[in-house]
Write a protein that binds this ligand. Structure first.
Ligand SMILES: [Zn+2]
Length: 467
């Protein structure tokens, strides 16, 4: 694979001032888009035929706890008192759980504490660095497959520097563009400071981690409400945490206004002068109109994760309200423990549906609007809009090619509407991340999927055994 690629003859959704180019070519050299237009001359280029297909910017996720993809399907809880995967128990093949071919966990016993947070803490504290690597790598492979080329890894199970390095290694190997937000460990005591020394060390050594700028560092902040909803972080602690991050010049992200009792968090941050373009706020479902106006006034970006917000009962997403107020907004996977998967096409579709339902208006949010959130606007909320999120000369080559040959598409009508309402990750034929072809002809080129999933199952078996 050379660094010289021509994507030829597709319906190009630039999501930029050039608009749509039916029958357009995109020329990529050394990871950068060098030209877009009709009938481009690109001697020696590896040609990817996109005739009759949709060419679009790679999709942008803005908040994702990638490590706990290892716990997909377990948010209802696992039995306590007995390990759901017994150490050394025989699998149907007569092998032990060490191979990862273990029995599936049995349903929770009656009376078992359940739900996302309890399960996440109970199992998250049994993670070893290799488990973080296996979970993050599975998430990265899923992102590539689904056409997501930028992720915001909200790493909130950093139990020591080795866990941070494990997540960073998975991101580095993935080829994806990423923000790595260095957080705390799941279950972190609310009366203990985050590991700010480790954060400072990673920040100082960042050039060694950044893969020539493809990864950038942020902080995943507990804010006023930490891992334990029964407790609250003391102002002296949370202020020191955000001030340290800002002192290091790092962007910060915080969950705000999740459960109904947490309404008012955004107003509290505003009162303390903490809002700003470098503070991403996640889940504004229960923010008041006044709080949304405060976010807009301070150019504070928001991340909406419709599937997890619906699943956990935070209430409907308020995307239409955020956009009407002028809040920079992106979409997110959040956690596949709740969302199930990282299908950004479905995330776009449910985002549009919820917005239109709330507005009692078929046209409150158009497909184009929501595709912008999943591309250029999402990139803008991460400070990456000059680099990715649209197709234009000078930008890095984060590009997807979507085939319409499958029966769920079949027609090339309105490409934006097809992506938002009809497409799924299986329709993503080719993916370029930073100019590197990571999926081609429907197959991942950068991962041995069998090995990724086998090692994920083996890692989960170990976590469950230790739990
Ligand atoms: Zn989250």
């Amino acid at each position: 694979m050379t660094g010289n690629v021509l994507i030829r003859g597709g319906y190009v959704l630039t999501m930029d001032s050039a608009g749509d180019i039916p029958g357009g070519d995109v020329h990529v050299r050394d990871g950068e888009i060098v030209a877009i237009g009709e009938n481009l001359d690109a001697p020696g280029a590896d040609v990817i035929d996109a005739a009759g297909k949709i060419v679009a910017p790679g999709l942008v996720d803005t908040h994702w706890h990638m490590w706990n993809t290892l716990l997909r399907g377990l948010s209802d809880g696992v039995p306590t008192g007995e390990s759901p995967v017994r150490s050394g128990s025989a699998s149907p093949g007569g092998r032990t759980s060490r191979t990862g071919d273990s029995r599936p966990p049995s349903p929770p016993a009656p009376g078992t504490p359940r739900g996302y947070f309890v399960t996440c803490v109970a199992l998250g504290r049994r993670f070893l660095p290799g488990d973080t690597y296996a979970g993050t790598r599975l998430a990265c492979a899923e992102a590539v497959d689904a056409g997501i080329t930028t992720v915001h890894d909200w790493a909130h199970n950093i139990r020591g520097i080795d866990w941070a390095e494990a997540g960073l290694r998975a991101l580095s190997e993935s080829g994806l563009r990423a923000r790595f937000s260095f957080g705390y460990e799941t279950g972190h005591q609310n009366d203990h400071l985050m590991a700010l020394d480790d954060l400072t060390r990673v920040a100082a050594a960042w050039p060694a981690y950044s893969v020539a700028g493809r990864l950038h560092l942020g902080m995943a902040w507990r804010g006023t409400g930490g891992s334990n909803p029964a407790m609250r972080v003391a102002p002296g602690l949370y202020r020191e945490e955000i001030e340290t991050a800002r002192g290091l010049g790092l962007p910060v992200s915080v969950h705000a206004c999740g459960p109904r009792h947490a309404a008012g968090q955004l107003a509290a941050y505003a009162a303390e002068g903490l809002l700003g373009p470098d503070l991403q706020v996640v889940h504004l479902n229960n923010a008041s109109a006044e709080e949304i106006a405060l976010a807009a006034e301070h150019h504070t970006p928001a991340s909406v994760s419709p599937f997890t917000e619906l699943q956990i009962g935070y209430g409907p997403p308020v995307t239409g309200e955020l956009l009407a107020a002028g809040v920079p907004t992106g979409l997110s996977v959040d956690t596949t423990m709740l969302s199930g998967n990282a299908d950004m096409f479905a995330i776009m579709k449910v985002t549009q549906g919820c917005a239109n339902a709330r507005a009692y208006d078929e046209f409150a949010l158009t497909a184009r609007d929501v595709l912008r959130l999943a591309t250029i606007e999402g990139a803008r909320t991460l400070g990456l809009d000059a680099v990715t999120g649209s197709l234009a000369p000078g930008k890095r080559a984060d590009i997807i090619v979507v085939s319409v040959d499958a029966p769920n598409l079949g027609l090339l009508t309105d490409p934006a509407r097809l992506l938002v309402t009809a497409a799924h990750p299986g329709n993503v034929e080719t993916v370029l991340a930073d100019g590197r072809v990571v999926k081609r002809s429907g197959e991942l080129t950068s991962y041995d999927v069998g090995e990724v999933t086998r090692s994920a199952r083996a890692a989960l078996a170990g976590v469950l055994t230790r739990a």
